[in-house]
Design a protein. Sequence first.
Length: 320
Amino acid sequence: MSDPRLPDGAEPVPGGGSGCDHGQRPWREVAAVARRATQAPFPPLRPDQVFFNVALMPYARHPMVRERGQAARQQLSALRLADYLNKTERVELHIVNRAIEQMLDVSGIASVSRDDLLAIYTDEGFHTWMMERFRRHLQRHTGYVLGQGPSSSVVRVLALCETAPETHRAMSIVAAASVTETLITGTLRQAGACDDVYPPVRVLLSDHASDEMRHQAAFVRFASEWVPSLSAGERAFLDALLPDLMMAFLAPELPAWRDHLCAIGLDAAQADLVIRESTDPLEVGVQMMDAALVPRRLFERLGLSCAEHFAQRVSCWRPP
């Protein structure tokens, strides 16, 4: 299949993703971002299409939103996609690649090689390049602008790392990357898993998810060797930090949803009402537990209690 994300005449640069393919095929032959060679035009955007799976946007199904018609629903989905790309990009550059810089200096890890880590580092830079060009193509072919800005969940995760004791900051960013890199794959797949999603968006998210699955496998292997090597004090610090990291990354970004609803013409009071009536704490809890399945199982297997503490935190979550 041709690649709708690359500029006319552009060839993809090497983007890796070895992860679970260590010792098998070279990462250039595995990574989805490295396999597509030509550029195809974006198809016309149909009125019934969206840019993000509406099943992940409960507020878009509220009667006050539905009465504004499909155009409002489409606009909301574009805003949600823009936020998600911003979140993903900042995870890659400010969390994962910072962590890899630390992981390259950790000795004694046999299952994840230096080549594996550098391939992931290359991938993450390539993904941001890919998304930047995708934004331009989407605007050119659909008229929608995917705005760039900060991600509150990434800000929360980084704040937890930066306020850790100085002796534990390197460990904190590695933990943050281990969590975010094991959480992001499922959301990437779900966000495009709907027939109504504009096809180039589905391709972008699917290819990205394929690479992130390999990254996830590498981080799981790394953590499986790294955590047992930590001192008792370091493990206790990590055990306390991990539930906070998972909550910071997975909790719904309600202020952003409020801004999106105001952007389609609701006033602040209406937007708050839509969010309050659309946000079921039980449903949100189930989604967070499902999203965190891989790290929960990983850290349980490594003898940490953070999964239990995370479940307790999730059960208490309520909209502010």
